[in-house]
Design a protein around this ligand. Sequence first.
Ligand SMILES: NC(=O)c1ccc[n+]([C@@H]2O[C@H](COP(=O)([O-])OP(=O)(O)OC[C@H]3O[C@@H](n4cnc5c(N)ncnc54)[C@H](OP(=O)(O)O)[C@@H]3O)[C@@H](O)[C@H]2O)c1
Length: 274
Amino acid sequence: MQTEPMVAGIPQMGYGTWNRPGDEAYHGVIWALEAGCRHIDTAQGYDNEQEVARGIKDSGVARKDIFITTKVKPENFGPGQIMPSVRRSLEKLQTERVDLLLLHWPSIRNQYPLEAYIGQFAEVFDAGLATRIGVSNFTKALIDGTIRLLGDRKIATNQVECHVYMQNRPVAEHCEKLGIPITAYSPLARGRVVGDPVLERIGKAHGATGERVALAFLMARGMIVIPSSGKKERIVSNFEARKIKLTDDEVGQIAALDRGMRLVDGDWAPTWDV
Ligand SMILES: NC(=O)c1ccc[n+]([C@@H]2O[C@H](COP(=O)([O-])OP(=O)(O)OC[C@H]3O[C@@H](n4cnc5c(N)ncnc54)[C@H](OP(=O)(O)O)[C@@H]3O)[C@@H](O)[C@H]2O)c1
């Protein structure tokens, strides 16, 4: 059934739902599934798990053919809180288990020690509430600590900001060495890639838009990408990126666009690896 490229069991292109409340998430999910996308990324913090579920249901695509990711928000990392919060997410998502469950951020300003919340997370996995577990916005040191604490359980991905203007190489290379795939969030640099002359020129050679080239570049690096749009035609167009095969020379030209432009940063964020 699954025809799109996969990375370690995860469909390489997903549809992101951050900042898409209510009907926007509902329609976006339906349009993404209609376009053939089979991976939907949501989070407790996006407050749209219910609308995502409604979209999935009304799309007519069977649940078993859809890869659902949700994320536990750090506000739920307190003692005994992760499991009940995931059960609430599953109820909203109308599913027995998610395909991938992530810790959305490390504990904010280290409010909770890593051992305490990773321990709870492992219990959620052992209880079968998620097929895979992973992390998001984790630095190299946090990844190493998590691996130690998870024992035999694998980190399925580290979801981090990554786009042509901030390629997040320290973390990406560290994860690559450890065999942990990167999921690139904000892969279109939140729309800033639009009109980039290098991407447009390469796009012309492939009969594609610059936005698609930006996504194809990350996929050429073995990353999973989860672009978002509230517009049907853009969702369809972005999903076409999976068909582009860039040459090594084109990948090199795009790699040179990196200028460390981090977009998602706040006082809740860990100290990033640079
Ligand atoms: N784990 C985390 O902490 C974290 C943080 C941020 C994001 N994420 C995930 O990553 C997903 C994607 O990231 P994002 O939403 O920050 O940014 P993004 O996907 O890089 O960019 C989305 C923006 O680009 C525009 N856009 C999309 N396709 C376009 C196209 N073909 N042409 C022109 N503009 C286009 C959209 O506008 P329109 O809607 O008007 O098309 C929107 O403003 C999120 O939805 C979320 O699921 C995770």
